[in-house]
Design a protein around this ligand. Sequence first.
Ligand SMILES: O=P(O)(O)OC[C@H]1O[C@](O)(CO)[C@@H](O)[C@@H]1O
Length: 447
Amino acid sequence: MIKIDYTNVMADIIGERDGILREELLSFRHFITETHARIKKEKENKFYFAKLPYQDTEDIKEYGKYVRENFDYFVLVGIGGSSLGTQMLFESLKWINHNQFDFPKFYILDNVDPEKVASVLELIEPEKTIFNVISKSGSTVETIANFSIVLDLLKDKLGDKWKEHIVITTDTEKGFLRKFAKENDIKTFEIPSKVGGRFSVLTPVGLFPASALGIDIDELLEGARKMDLICSVEEYVEHNPAYLLAMIHYLANMRRGKNIAVMMPYSERLSSFVDWWRQLWAESLGKDGLGQTPVKAIGTIDQHSQIQLYREGPKDKIITFIYVENPTRDLKISDNIPEDIGYLKNHTLHEILTKELLGTRAALTKSKVPNLTITLDNINPYNIGMLIYLYEMATGFSGYLYKINPFDQPAVEEGKRFMYALMGREGFEEKLEEFNELNKDKYKLEI
Ligand SMILES: O=P(O)(O)OC[C@H]1O[C@](O)(CO)[C@@H](O)[C@@H]1O
């Protein structure tokens, strides 16, 4: 179950300077009807992610079971959309102590930070490890570089058996990894060509590792199907949660100057959900001088770090709280505590967490900072599936509001081209000249 409470973004609560008028929401009625019809048609193309909840997962589950039964370590090699979704599934749906007490232990090699990569490779035992190399393009430098290190290690330690320790998840046809898998007869999973990296968590990108880790992927997809159903039948903005979230953020941004969207779960298990959403929101909507900067905060930790700014700093933020009604565990404070702190007697930590959220929310509302609250009854695969689909659809719909293409990321490429030039890659010689032009090193302080 998911509830969205958007009371505190509305103008009758926080005033017209910061809040949204109901008339504004409703004035987009024709636009929404038209866009709703376009999205329905686009489900065969750009909105193909909306079809993923209906896929057949037998092969994924079968191989997941095989991995669970035969390996002690699962190492994901991938970055961005090829790792953030799985990290979110792992951290939200597995026990926080999973790697201490359960198998397969799970690690991600995303960055090319040698200290991190070396540390993970020191922890695992190659003969008991499966490496899942994930890349839509099949050519992302971090992934290919880390894969090369892994490959050397496997060949060195396992000889001819190295192939049995690799699963490649990549595009159906294109890219180096697809070619490599074909040439070496390596087990692969396909990322549908119409699904971009940041929309791919419900493809084998997220589903295979999740299944190998024992997460119920049927439940995950059922939650996503439920959200798809709600979003498909309802075009009325106040009944369609994806359109509603998109509209609120769009109006807050474009008409009230809220250039920053903060997501603040009061549950540490949802910390990586925010990381996943940050890529989705930033890479999809940050185009043509438009977009909203996504910021992560964690309740209650960031109450003691960020709330001063959110209340009294620039009025450029809209906050989304995420609240979980029923944590899997709770701890009670006894009545055997000093009288000076007696107000805590017999209260649980979850009660305190809840009241901290209520207090912070009231304080922000008092300062006229627009805020909405998404409540989950539990953190389970079904609800996470709903949330994933909700934000993917809200992001896709936002593309129409901003009149930009939410499914590409052209600006990310330039930095990569300069890096290729610096690495001496053939065909990038001109880029090196351009780099040297830009790299002036003019003002420096050396201490
Ligand atoms: O899955 P790939 O192709 O390795 O890409 C990883 C990430 O890199 C990006 O292209 C940005 O550099 C993201 O859009 C993507 O999720």
